[in-house]
Write a protein that binds this ligand. Structure first.
Ligand code: 48F
Length: 286
């Protein structure tokens, strides 16, 4: 509520009503019609006001996730669905990480029987190709996994990178974030900090958050991923989904990078199951 003034002007039979003050809006009355007249500054105001509200809500959360690839989106979805306050920071403008391109840019991914339910819960049309192999359209997968995470209440901030962690009592207690544009332009701009009860590194092959912890605290050793072996990679990515150091969990390809297991290419069942496992472990602790 604020102080508002109503200004009413009649031009060529049209009554223009302009409300000045906090509730600023312009309406044009013409005969029985009411037209909404767009104010450029109101657009800026609405964007900034909503962003501010949502960003304030993200400053102190249950779970903060770095990376909105398949493992991060799935972890977020299950945590969000259980009522936890979850935020994902994604460096790029787009979510989905390495899922969009399927295999070598053929926009199809492969999943196994035991993981296909995660795609089906999102409404993805999974095709049985025989012999235990199932396929899905990679663009459909990203779109629907993202929609499911958002519908579960997860807030995704794109174009924001995790550049450090918040450490308290030798435990990871949150992320230090900055605009990706600042990072890319190498501008000397100090970041902001968010607190989280639990953090997940879902940054993919680079395992960026774990590498930061390794470099700055020495508490963690990132072994580095091994060459392609789909069978072993798919098994180990789920096994490796765990707490990498106090307060910080790893999911997806980051888990195999930290614990020195193989990559697996465009079979995504392990990514989905890893995201789900990370969420389940953290849900038990919250
Ligand atoms: O790479 P990505 O898709 O990770 P994932 O969930 O899935 C791996 C598969 O895509 C594929 C594979 C499956 O067989 O091997 O590679 O493990 O998604 C990681 C996301 O994290 C973002 C990055 O832009 C991508 O969207 N990311 C990376 N570093 C940061 C980050 C960072 N420091 N801050 C924020 N986002």
């Amino acid at each position: 509520m604020g102080l508002n003034f109503l200004i009413s002007i009649k031009i060529h039979g049209c009554v223009i009503k302009y409300i000045m003050g906090n509730e600023r809006q312009t309406f044009k009355h013409s005969k029985n019609n009411l037209f909404f007249v767009i104010d450029d500054i109101m657009i800026s105001r609405k964007i900034f006001e909503r962003f501010s509200r949502e960003f304030l809500d993200a400053l102190d959360v249950d779970v903060a996730i770095a990376g909105a690839g398949p493992s991060g989106l799935v972890a977020g979805k299950y945590l969000g669905k259980s009522g936890k306050n979850v935020v994902i920071f994604e460096r790029k403008l787009s979510v989905g990480g390495g899922m969009w391109g399927g295999g070598m840019n053929f926009p199809v991914i492969v999943v196994q029987e035991k993981s296909k339910h995660i795609l089906e819960e999102a409404g993805v049309r999974v095709k049985d190709e025989g012999d235990g192999y199932f396929t899905a359209d990679s663009v459909e997968c990203v779109s629907k996994l993202c929609a499911l995470a958002i519908d579960a209440g997860v807030k995704i901030f794109n174009s924001m990178s995790v550049e450090d962690v918040l450490i308290k009592n030798k435990r990871v207690n949150g992320f230090v974030i900055n605009w990706s544009a600042v990072e890319i332009a190498k501008l000397h701009v100090d970041p902001l900090t968010v607190r989280a009860k639990y953090c997940i590194d879902a940054t993919g092959h680079a395992a960026e958050v774990c590498r930061i912890v390794e470099r700055k605290t020495g508490e963690l050793k990132v072994k580095g991923e091994k060459s392609m072996d789909a069978a072993d990679g798919e098994k180990t990515v789920v096994e490796n989904t765990k707490e990498a150091c106090p307060g910080l969990y790893v999911a997806g390809m980051a888990a195999n990078a930290v614990f020195g297991s193989p990559r697996m290419g465009p079979i995504f069942g392990g990514m989905l199951l890893s995201g789900k496992k990370a969420a389940e472990i953290i849900m038990k602790k919250l």
